[in-house]
Ligand binder design. Structure first.
Ligand SMILES: [Zn+2]
Length: 145
């Protein structure tokens, strides 16, 4: 899990049905980046782009995301930076580790799915779902005509 991993990126208009491993799907239209968790667990990681969420840097060749990506809601709990299409794994400091696991235990997803303290990832997940629904609708129309 500490091996450096090289990613590729694709600029897309909509989310593909099947995400490939090690590919960052960048949708400027939906202001979102989607990729499969870099640990290989297969979970989809959605990072909305906004001043209060993630920022995307494209240097003409590679992509960086800021801040780091912490997949606290996945069993893998992986945490990494994406810098210039490379995955930089984060070693948990004791401070972060304790804080995050306390939060996870105090607020299980099923109990508090709504509320002011809902995790950002849920927003991303909903965004992903609505994007996929929209894309399915578009595709239905295309196949009918
Ligand atoms: Zn993972």
């Amino acid at each position: 899990m500490n091996a450096p991993l090289a990613l590729t990126h694709k600029f897309v208009d909509s989310v593909p049905d099947m995400l490939e491993e090690d590919v960052l799907y960048v949708s400027i239209r939906f202001r979102t980046v989607i990729h499969k968790c870099c640990c290989g667990c297969g979970n989809q990681v959605v990072t909305p782009l906004s001043p209060s969420d993630w920022k995307l840097t494209f240097d003409g060749r590679s992509i960086s995301l800021c801040p780091s990506i912490g997949n606290w809601k996945f069993p893998c709990q992986s945490h990494y930076w994406i810098k210039c299409n490379k995955v930089e794994w984060v070693r948990f400091t004791e401070e972060i580790d304790t804080e995050e696991s306390l939060q996870t235990q105090a607020a299980p997803e099923l109990v508090s799915s709504e509320g002011p303290s809902k995790p950002k990832a849920d927003v991303g997940q909903r965004l992903l779902q609505s994007m996929q629904r929209a894309w399915l609708k578009i595709r239905e129309k295309l196949t009918k005509n």
